[in-house]
Design a protein around this ligand. Structure first.
Ligand code: AMP
Length: 193
């Protein structure tokens, strides 16, 4: 299996690049943000609980998202590999993911970390908010809260995987195709190593 984490702050292009990467490499896309929005759309108990955090730009509790990922891994035993998008977002989530994969005799192959300046992130999120229908993309206060959560709780996840030499940093500014080219170069390098 080839298991990839596409890492980066909100607005760094993870969703856009994920769509292209899963097509190119035949990976199963696991986006906890998308899974949570589906739960909200179906008005499940989990969705209603998660919405409360998401509306404020805060992270949903670890056990909720870890449970969703556990189910998704179990539901896709024949996948060629997984692309994790927006997960793990805390070191506890990363440790839980490593453990779940180890139970399958698998591991994270590579962590691709998109780097984008904060001003650019805010602009992109506000722009996306005009069409995404996502209330967490229209309010500058909520956007700032999400960036603070990223800085405090999510950025240490890169340090966790750096300990294992798995992190490759990629410039996330420029054209979508150029960024995709940089990501695929790193993947090809890993696949041929
Ligand atoms: P995203 O679509 O990845 O930007 O996620 C939107 C929102 O969903 C985030 O601001 C969080 O409130 C929540 N969320 C998504 N993934 C996670 C995660 N792995 N851990 C905690 N909260 C998450």
């Amino acid at each position: 299996m080839f298991n990839l984490i596409l890492f980066g702050p909100p607005g760094s292009g993870k969703g856009t690049q994920s769509d292209k990467l899963i097509e190119q490499y035949g990976l199963k896309h696991l986006s906890t943000g998308n899974l949570l929005r589906e739960e909200i759309a179906h008005q499940t108990k989990l969705g209603l609980e998660a919405k409360h955090y998401m509306d404020q730009g805060q992270l949903v509790p670890d056990e909720v998202v870890i449970g969703m990922i556990r189910s998704a891994l179990q539901a896709n035993p024949n996948a060629k590999g997984f692309l994790f998008d927006g997960f793990p977002r805390t070191v506890a989530q990363a440790e839980a993911l490593d453990k779940l994969l180890a139970e399958l005799n698998e591991e994270i192959s590579i962590v691709l970390a998109l780097e984008v300046s904060e001003d650019e992130l805010v602009q992109r999120l506000l722009n996306r908010g005009k069409t995404s229908g996502r209330s967490d993309d229209t309010d500058t206060g909520v956007i700032r809260a999400r960036l603070v959560e990223y800085e405090n709780k999510t950025s240490p996840v890169a340090g966790h995987y750096q300990k294992f030499g798995k992190v490759k940093r990629v410039k996330g500014e420029g054209s979508i195709d150029d960024i995709f080219g940089s990501l695929t170069r790193e993947i090809e390098g890993k696949l041929s190593a």
